[in-house]
Write a protein that binds this ligand. Structure first.
Ligand code: GLA
Length: 391
């Protein structure tokens, strides 16, 4: 947990005034339904108890002053003239402010101080947490009425159009809508969702491989294109389909020979993964964690073989976890090419599981992984109102 008192004091030291609000937006881990969101499909993420916090106060002019407490860096820009910066973190803030402006929301300048305990670049959506935190901060400071789903779409548009990553909507949506102790089954076409409680006897364990995700952005955009190609080709037989979400397994099998590789394998992953996400949510609803775990394992095999977004060291983490006592299932989570795995583990087995997984990974790769036992948390919110000194 971030220390809110220290955040408030750092704000005061930098701006010689206390913040009027402190906002928190969580990172996420996706339990199943990977690379389905941009195919209008189903995802099943949880918001985690690691978050980006922003302490903030309005200004009387149009300047936005930003301190990144973690990086010990600053940025400043005018709301009336927002340009891209060469520092990536600047663009998450600038992009969201611009997206709010483009959507017609009147904004005043602000002083911000940002701190986060979502590990950066690990595939736990530190960027979506930052975008959503920035959007919500400006929403509160300017008394704007922005429904949660619209806030998520604005944050996504900042990432697509300003940062330049063609991500889907999952990360921003769960950062807004997350619910404590629940996972959300989200339909990424109409953005409707169901909350499903996580069984208390099971821990959501995230393992950060610490493999740098260098290839991720270009490979991600390429996968998106391949899915688009699959849809175009399949429209010869199914003219009404708009996305791979509209194709079922029988329809795909009937025509998959007409799809060239790798398009055929990509489509197979997405079509089956949509089915797995729906089945997984149903299994968890019935409390059948074993069935859910089995689907997680199948999801990983499909991400490895058909979608080809895993790496040998990630496969090692997943396969090791799958064989450890108390583990129901394990898979790569997020975009892939490094990053994190997620496993569902019996609470009683958490300690030996962590020890054995870390040991095997280090012995085989020389790398030290980090394990987070995550608690599903609420989505974006205000954690402090009028954040002046405590009495
Ligand atoms: C990244 C993207 C999401 C989603 C996942 C893969 O996290 O930001 O939109 O596509 O990859 O499931």
């Amino acid at each position: 947990m971030l220390d809110i008192g220290s955040l408030r004091d750092r704000f005061q030291q930098r701006y010689s005034a206390y913040p009027s609000i402190i906002v928190r937006a969580p990172g996420r881990v996706n339990l199943i339904g990977e690379h389905t969101d941009y195919n209008d499909g189903f995802v099943f993420p949880v918001a985690i108890d690691r978050a980006t916090c922003i302490a903030a106060r309005s200004r009387t002019d149009q300047t936005v002053q930003v301190v990144s407490s973690d990086l010990n860096e600053e940025d400043a820009f005018s709301i009336d003239h927002i340009e891209r910066s060469s520092r990536p973190w600047h663009n998450y803030v600038r992009g969201v402010v611009l997206a709010l402006r483009v959507a017609g929301h009147p904004l005043a300048g602000a002083d911000l101080l940002i701190a986060s305990d979502v590990p950066r670049g690990s595939g736990l959506s530190s960027s979506a947490a930052l975008e959503v935190a920035v959007g919500y901060t400006f929403q509160l400071l300017n008394h704007l009425n922005i429904p949660g789903k619209e806030l998520a779409l604005l944050a996504q548009s900042a990432e697509n159009n300003f940062v330049g990553v063609q991500c889907g909507i999952m990360d921003q949506l769960i950062a807004v809508l997350g619910r404590a102790d629940h996972a959300l089954l989200i339909d990424c076409r109409d953005l409707s969702y169901h909350t499903i409680p996580l069984p208390p006897s099971v821990a959501v364990m995230v393992c950060d491989s610490h493999i740098p995700r260098t290839l991720a952005a270009s490979a991600y955009n390429q996968r998106r294109q391949e899915c688009g190609t699959a849809v175009q080709l399949l429209q010869q037989w199914y003219p009404d389909i708009r996305a791979l979400r509209d194709v079922n397994e029988d329809q795909l099998t009937a025509h998959e020979d007409a799809l060239p590789e790798p398009v055929r394998s990509r489509a197979r992953h997405v079509v089956r993964e949509n089915r797995r996400a729906l089945q997984g949510a149903e299994a968890l609803k019935r409390g059948d964690v074993a069935a859910f775990g089995q689907l997680m394992n199948e999801s990983h095999a499909s991400l490895r073989d058909d979608y080809q977004v895993s790496l040998p060291d990630i496969d090692l983490l997943v396969e090791t976890a799958q064989h450890l006592a108390g583990c129901y299932g394990s898979r790569l989570t997020g975009a892939g090419f490094g990053g994190c795995t997620v496993s569902l583990v019996e609470r009683d087995a958490v300690e030996p599981f962590s020890r054995d997984l870390l040991h095997t990974y280090r012995a085989a790769t020389g790398r030290t992984a980090t394990i987070y036992v995550c608690r599903a948390s609420d989505g974006v919110g205000r954690i402090v109102d009028n954040a002046g000194p405590q009495e």
